[in-house]
Design a protein around this ligand. Structure first.
Ligand code: F6R
Length: 362
């Protein structure tokens, strides 16, 4: 069942190029157009509210950047356990989007019921089409990841991101924010992601070597800016879940507002920094870490590594990618770092202590 892999998690990480390519094939046409269900209509929608738990909530957090940047649409995000007990002020013309791999997460389902009659449309992004969350939404979009067995979510996360990216493009189209030419270009860059992921998977051995060092750490920080900030949160969550090493993700610019006090030679700092518009800002944050003897592991592309690799503890070079979609690609090394660190520590990768695959109780 593990198809030759030592763990389901390793198999599911490796499956990502295939399942993402399949999802893209399903939801787009070869001539560069979107092929999402007609019911996914953003015309007249003035705001999206995205709600989920855990890893799925980080997918929502990335999508917030996309809805704002690509579609110019206001986007709110929240975690379901808070949202369900808040009194969210919702526009009656808004779309509420619930993201859940299992479709059975109790808090996410309660959050859906909390707003069902208060918004124009309830859309879910799920992996299990027969799930409660799918059944109770006006429209359910399957992420087509296939069964995910490993407790730590991997391929479901990147498939959630892929479907959310297509939704943001549809919102842009429906709001007249993107012309057909620009849309085709964005879709083409998205379609290149599975191929780039294969190159990222090929970094498994160098990542395993770095992970032997990371496994000795007590605390690890992840930094990212823009849509890479939620990926820093996801990288830290994945590492915590399966290696039991304390890890935190921060927005790079937030470092000097407190967390920099944690930096010393014993704290590895993993910087997720593709060469994008904010690259120089992240690099200056990275230099602040290095000035305090912090051990920086830089994940960037060839251009970024060439410019700033000096003085870092280690670097991992990823292929260049359209900056918007970098969180999808960089999810792979983030997952591999967690995976190999857990393997180096000898923890139970597929069944981490205290965790369940589907959290159906509050
Ligand atoms: C992390 C993880 C959890 C889930 C969360 C939501 O690796 O698996 O954080 O993402 O419990 O689960 P779903 O997506 O099933 O609602």
């Amino acid at each position: 069942e593990k198809a030759g892999y030592k763990h389901f998690m390793a198999k599911e990480i490796a499956e990502q190029p295939v399942v993402i390519a399949d999802a893209l094939k399903h939801y787009t046409s070869a001539d560069g157009a979107l092929r999402l269900p007609e019911a996914l209509d953003f015309k007249g929608i003035d705001r999206v509210t995205l709600v989920a738990c855990g890893t799925a909530s980080y997918a929502c957090h990335v999508a917030k950047y996309w809805f704002e940047q690509i579609a110019g649409l206001p986007a709110d995000i929240d975690i379901a356990s808070e949202f369900r007990y808040r009194d969210p002020v919702l526009s009656p013309a808004s779309m509420a989007i619930f993201v859940s791999q299992s479709g059975e997460t109790a808090d996410t389902l309660a959050a859906l019921r909390h707003v069902r009659d208060k918004v124009a449309k309830v859309v879910s992004v799920i992996n299990v089409p027969t799930s409660s969350i799918a059944r109770e939404s006006d429209l359910a979009l399957p992420i087509l990841a296939g069964v995910e067995v490993g407790v730590a979510s991997t391929k479901a996360f990147t498939c959630q991101l892929t479907v959310l990216a297509l939704m943001a493009l549809k919102a842009a189209q429906d709001h007249g924010r993107i012309d057909p030419h620009a849309l085709a270009a964005k879709l083409q860059s998205l379609r290149s992601v599975p191929g780039l992921m294969n190159a990222a998977l090929a970094l498994s051995d160098p990542i395993a070597r770095v992970a032997e060092e990371l496994a000795k750490a007590q605390d690890i920080l992840f930094l990212g800016r823009g849509p890479m900030f939620p990926l820093a949160l996801e990288g830290a969550l994945k590492l915590k879940e399966i290696s039991y090493i304390h890890a935190e993700g921060y927005a790079s610019g937030e470092l000097k507002h407190g967390p920099i006090a944690l930096i010393d030679a014993a704290v590895p700092v993993i910087v997720l920094a593709p060469k994008d518009a904010l690259f120089d800002k992240t690099v200056s944050n990275m230099q602040e870490v290095m000035a305090r003897n912090g051990k920086v592991l830089l994940l960037s592309d060839a251009e970024g590594v060439a410019e700033t690799g000096k003085g870092t503890w280690k670097t991992l070079t990823l292929p260049g990618v359209e900056p918007l979609w970098a969180p999808i690609l960089y999810a792979v090394p983030a997952q591999l770092l967690a995976y190999h660190t857990a393997v180096a520590k000898g923890t139970d990768v597929d069944q981490p202590r205290n965790l369940a695959k589907s959290v159906t109780v509050e």
